[in-house]
Write a protein that binds this ligand. Structure first.
Ligand code: SF4
Length: 219
């Protein structure tokens, strides 16, 4: 529960982000630009996480620890397109293997209640993220001060409230700016949305024209 001061600070930060993002999105309307702009949100969340970590206490997170990659992950439309663009640069055989993995993932989680979607992320391999440089903002926000709590099913993870609020302000403010210029921006199940983006060559263009591409979530 936030204090009235924390709540007011959060609303102000969200509004500041929304206005800054809107200034860019109102001018830069080409498809590559509006997709690429989402990287500024991701850099912002990284920067907040680095600042909080530098101020201590240290996060328990380290490479090879992937407890937080076993939950339902959601990404905004431009994040999904950004990931699909990176995957399309891979050799056909590798892309085919990733597509098969995404199909298996979607088949597994489809129809499952959201709270039960605790399967490994389809982009997780040997406990490492295979799309690390373009992973969604929600993944960049994830952290813990105690790995034992991450291992405990249903436990409350000790986290930095400052990081969570600043990251959330960045995410909500940016998404609001996209929506204000009539570009759909809301959370979609990562595996299913990326699979759709890979399969539909016209998805980016239709999204840029205001169509809600991933609103057919089956999971
Ligand atoms: S995208 Fe990467 S960091 Fe995010 S849940 Fe999947 S494997 Fe983990």
């Amino acid at each position: 529960m936030l204090s009235p001061e924390e709540h007011a600070e959060f609303l102000l930060a969200t509004e500041t982000v929304r206005r800054a993002a809107l200034r860019y999105l109102e001018v830069m309307r080409s498809v590559p630009h509006v997709i690429h702009f989402i990287a500024s949100l991701q850099r912002g969340v990284d920067s907040v996480a680095q600042t909080v970590a530098a101020g201590g206490p240290q996060f328990a997170c380290k490479a090879g620890c992937s407890h937080c990659c076993n939950v339902r992950v959601e990404a905004l439309e431009p994040e999904v397109f950004q990931i699909a663009r990176e995957l399309k640069k891979l050799p056909a055989e590798t892309l085919g293997e990733i597509t098969r993995r995404l199909q298996q993932h979607v088949a597994m989680v489809s129809g499952m209640p959201l709270a039960q979607q605790q399967s490994p992320c389809p982009f997780l391999e040997n406990h490492l993220c295979t799309i690390y440089s373009v992973r969604p903002a929600v993944c960049r926000k994830a952290h813990s001060f105690e790995v034992a709590k991450c291992e405990e099913a249903g436990a409350e993870i000790p986290q930095s409230l400052a990081l969570l609020l600043k990251a959330e302000a960045l995410m909500q403010g940016t998404a609001a700016a996209y929506r204000e210029v009539k570009l759909a921006a809301s959370g979609h199940e990562l595996g299913q949305a990326v699979l759709l983006a890979l399969a539909d060559a016209g998805a980016e263009s239709r999204w840029a024209l205001g169509e809600p591409i991933f609103d057919v979530d089956a999971c």
